[in-house]
Design a protein around this ligand. Structure first.
Ligand SMILES: Nc1ncnc2c1ncn2[C@@H]1O[C@H](COP(=O)(O)OP(=O)(O)OP(=O)(O)O)[C@@H](O)[C@H]1O
Ligand SMILES: O=C(O)[C@H](O)COP(=O)(O)O
Length: 407
């Protein structure tokens, strides 16, 4: 890819220059306390920010958090992120209480060399996500006024055609940050010629979002293991009763086609943990995947499925090799946030961690699950900060944020 990098910018010298950094600080917040539940995305951007502050730049960081509707909404404020970022950087972060208004202008104007400012949530402004080019462009003009150069380190947002990702780089000298480069470097090995056997494990709840990636990956993968909320639409396509489990009725026919095309490559659960209700303390049992009672909801894959998936990670024959050599995992195997339904995700994550393969975990929830379940991040080859972004990258789509850096 012909993209200028942070090192190119550092080589030009950034001391005393204002550098606008787009980061993806969209971290999960605890629903009760509002505290940061997982700070992985903040940590991931530290190498870029550290390099810039050390080189004496005035660093202006901007990000979205959640999906506010184009106006300020306190529940999506980046205030707690500014505090955590300051702790991790070991230096206070100057927080602007608006994105491009008086507070932002004063905060940026007061920055000393080597200091960091964080602007309030980009999505408090309609222009950030607008489909109207002029509206997005006008907001991008205001943002671009805060920088002499622009660094994109928001890999999780490169699939969005948003002002801070797509329009600002057209207005400023632009480079890719360390995180974006690393993500692209790793994910491109999966779209190129991954070492085989190549096994993909998919779960989570966004069924329709992920069918396109299955379509794109089917010719390349040796095995596709499907669990999580996704599996019920496939089980329905096989003609099974799924009770009140997550189901995308409109997608049943598509799943049937994928099953026909995928044949033996696709593995579905043989047992599931079915509960009386979608609740942490609901009564639950392990039932066969083709025998989910009509009043029950499937909230996790069962132990036989975990064992089968773990075995498949070891025995996906391709040529002479029988161990998976490359693994991509996106989406938890069950509702891991509730301990009673976390065993499937834990079991599969442990099998991936133990495999002698290069493993990539993609997706905000999957990465959070790895950390929440106390697994060692070092046992995985790469933990991507991108959910939708990593999937769209694997689908081979042109990502607006990457295209904007190439221009
Ligand atoms: N059987 C199930 N029924 C309902 N929800 C489920 C089930 N299994 C997993 N989930 C839920 O799926 C959610 C994660 O799905 P998602 O598709 O968003 O994962 P991700 O791709 O890792 O995350 P993101 O897209 O946010 O980066 C979790 O909150 C989990 O509780
Ligand atoms: O969580 C993500 O995948 C990124 O931060 C992008 O967020 P979005 O899906 O709300 O654009």
């Amino acid at each position: 890819m012909s993209i200028r990098t942070l090192d190119d910018l550092l080589a030009e010298g950034v001391s005393g220059r204002r550098v606008l950094v787009r980061a993806d600080l969209n971290v999960p917040l605890d629903k009760q306390t509002g505290d940061i539940a997982d700070d992985g995305r903040i940590r991931a951007v530290l190498p870029t920010l550290g390099a810039l502050t050390e080189a004496g730049a005035k660093v202006v960081v901007c990000s979205h958090l959640g999906r506010p509707k184009g106006a300020p909404d306190p529940q999506f404020s980046l205030t707690p992120v500014a505090g955590r970022l300051g702790q991790l950087l070991g230096t206070p972060v100057h927080f602007a209480t608006d994105t491009v208004g008086e507070s932002a202008q004063a905060t940026v104007a007061a920055l000393a060399d080597g200091e960091v400012a964080l602007l309030e949530n980009l999505r408090f402004n309609k222009g950030e996500t607008s489909k109207d080019d002029a509206e997005r462009g006008a907001f991008a003009d205001q943002l671009a006024a805060f920088g002499d150069a622009y660094v994109d380190d928001a890999f999780g947002a490169v699939h969005r055609k948003h002002a801070s990702v797509y329009d600002v780089p057209a207005r400023l000298p632009h480079v890719a940050g360390r995180l974006v480069l690393r993500e692209v470097e790793v994910l491109s090995t999966l779209t190129g010629s991954p070492e085989r056997p190549y096994v993909v494990v998919l779960g989570g709840s966004k069924v329709s979002d992920k069918l396109a990636v299955i379509e794109a990956l089917l010719p390349t993968v040796d095995r596709l293991l499907i669990g999580g909320g996704m599996c019920f639409t496939f089980l329905k396509a096989q003609g099974h009763e799924v009770g009140t489990s997550l189901l995308e009725k409109d997608m049943v026919e598509t799943c049937r086609n994928l099953l026909e095309r995928g044949g033996d490559k696709i593995m579905l659960p043989v047992d599931v943990v079915a509960a009386d209700a979608f609740a942490p303390d609901a009564a639950h049992d392990v039932v066969p995947a083709d025998g989910i009672p009509s009043h029950r909801v499937g909230l996790d894959i069962g132990p036989k499925t975990v064992a089968g998936f773990a075995a498949a990670l070891k025995q996906s024959a391709c040529g002479e090799s029988t161990n998976a050599r490359t693994i991509f995992w996106n989406g938890p195997m069950g509702v891991f946030e509730m301990p009673a339904f976390a065993n499937g995700t834990r079991g599969v994550a442990e099998a991936i961690a133990a495999a002698e393969a290069f493993s990539v975990v993609g997706g905000g929830d999957s990465a959070a699950a790895v950390r929440a379940l106390g697994l060692d991040e070092k046992d995985f080859g790469h933990i991507s900060t991108g959910g939708g972004a990593s999937l769209e990258y694997l689908e081979g789509k042109t990502l607006p944020g990457i295209a904007a850096l190439e221009n």
